[in-house]
Write a protein that binds this ligand. Structure first.
Ligand code: PEP
Length: 255
């Protein structure tokens, strides 16, 4: 694949609420044993919080990174059940925020995403910030304005440099876990809108450097077409990431 920019692809495995410490470590070892093209692609696994330590231990000495699926925006305090980005230092290098399951099922707001993105950076981790439209919004022709607004909120507390060091993920809600993937053209178009929104907010340099993944029913069968599109800098993978060989095939497609 010929690239017209220097952004390094990044592929992340969102294991969602699957795997505990033992089977998570086993899956991590299976992923690491796949002979991934790690000279060309950054690879991150996002296990449930309970398995973070075991997965980090299993991946020690490899070039695979570990990330959290969810953090609170405060560093500590009376927030029962939560973990903070600050607590992940030394354990994880990334943390996801803005995932549509968190927004839809757990009430995560644009304001929360903004605060979490900042907190993740403040802890020295890299946020993976997910944005995307619902099916009604797409059918109503609102995709551009929806993703622009989400980007503007999410990046409002970041500097251009922190924005450039972030990862964004375009995840159309209607494509997540549904088996219905955005077409490569739709992914490229929406990612173009997201990059333009970053540019309007934080300048052309940040827009040129920030990595933007596509997520939503990515499989080995569709990964090459999606990841080959201009501006698509990798993938955020849910279901297909629970099988080491399938995930590895997607990473190969990004290389
Ligand atoms: C996700 O969880 O971010 C995701 C894209 O899931 P899936 O690949 O299963 O659609």
């Amino acid at each position: 694949m010929t690239r017209t920019h220097s952004r390094r692809p990044i592929v992340a495995a969102n294991w969602k609420m699957h795997t505990g410490p033992a089977d998570g470590a086993e899956l991590a070892r299976a992923v690491a044993a796949q002979g991934l093209p790690l000279d060309a692609v950054d690879v991150v696994v996002l296990p449930p919080a309970l398995g973070l330590s075991a997965v980090a231990e299993a991946l020690r000495g490899t070039r695979l990174a570990v990330g959290a699926q969810h953090v609170h925006w405060e560093s500590h305090g009376a927030f029962t059940g939560e973990i903070s980005a600050a607590m992940l230092v030394g354990l994880a290098a990334y943390a996801l925020t803005g995932h549509s399951e968190r927004r839809r099922l757990f009430g995560e707001t644009d304001r929360d995403v903004r605060r979490k993105a900042r907190a993740i950076h403040d802890a020295g981790l890299t946020p993976i910030i997910a944005v995307g439209e619902s099916l009604d919004e797409r059918d109503g022709g609102q995709t551009e304005q929806v993703v622009r607004a989400q980007v503007e909120h999410a990046l409002a507390d970041l500097t251009p440099a922190l924005t450039a060091a972030s990862v964004l993920a375009y995840e159309p809600v209607w494509a997540i876990g549904t088996g219905r993937t955005a077409t490569p053209e739709q992914a490229e178009e929406a990612i173009g809108w997201i990059r333009a929104a970053v540019g309007a907010l934080h300048g052309a340099a940040a827009a040129g450097q920030v990595r933007i993944q596509y997520g939503g029913s990515v499989t080995p069968a569709n990964a090459r077409a999606l990841l080959g599109r201009e501006g698509v800098d990798g993938a955020l993978v849910g279901g297909a990431s629970l099988d080491a060989a399938s995930f590895a095939a997607i990473v190969q497609a990004a290389a």
